[in-house]
Write a protein of this length. Structure first.
Length: 178
């Protein structure tokens, strides 16, 4: 019998000062059995950093032909394609052909090696690549429960996160901008 996903619920008070975007997001996330909590949290962060109308989580790791997060237009065109992790260059090349905006959010201990190996090929793609610090993502994981109320304030290249279990500041580095 296959292991079922673990469900997480987030109520996020989002203040994105960079984009003057303010919202309360109620997100229900299915964490795939093979997915770490850190990867799931990067999906949540990527969602918040790109929050807009029609942005949704895809069907997840069980559907490798889909991104982690996307927004589709009313005529089913892909407006934004967001992948989390260290995707193959060929996957991102395909994404840039079918989506208006393509973004990658990498985060773990392999991210530096992946970027060193892929950087030259990514320069040829119209794709934004952002790197989170692994230690900060791990610290965020300690603040999350299956049901979490979270305040997220984004300014510059960092975010201030507060939950009932604690607070932290999380930063990221833009490796490549489309």
């Amino acid at each position: 019998m296959a292991t079922k996903p673990t469900i997480y619920k987030f109520c996020i008070s989002l203040s994105d000062l960079n984009r003057d975007y303010y919202d309360t997001l109620n997100l229900t996330i299915a964490r795939h059995p093979s997915e770490t909590i850190e990867r799931m949290l990067v999906r949540v962060l990527a969602f918040c950093l790109n929050a807009q109308e029609n942005l949704t989580f895809s069907k997840g790791l069980s559907f490798p032909e889909e991104p982690d997060i996307w927004a589709r237009s009313s005529d089913d065109n892909i407006l934004i394609w967001i992948d989390v992790g260290e995707p193959a260059v060929d996957r991102m090349k395909k994404a840039t052909r079918i989506a208006s905006v393509v973004k990658v959010y990498c985060f773990n201990t392999k991210a530096d090696v992946w970027w060193q190996q892929s950087q030259e090929k990514f320069k040829q793609l119209d794709c934004t690549v952002t790197r989170f610090q692994w230690e900060e993502i791990q610290a965020m994981a300690a603040l999350v429960q299956r049901t979490t109320d979270l305040s997220l304030t984004i300014t510059g290249d960092s975010a201030y996160i507060a939950t009932e279990l604690g607070e932290l500041e999380l930063s990221w580095r833009l490796l490549q901008e489309a």
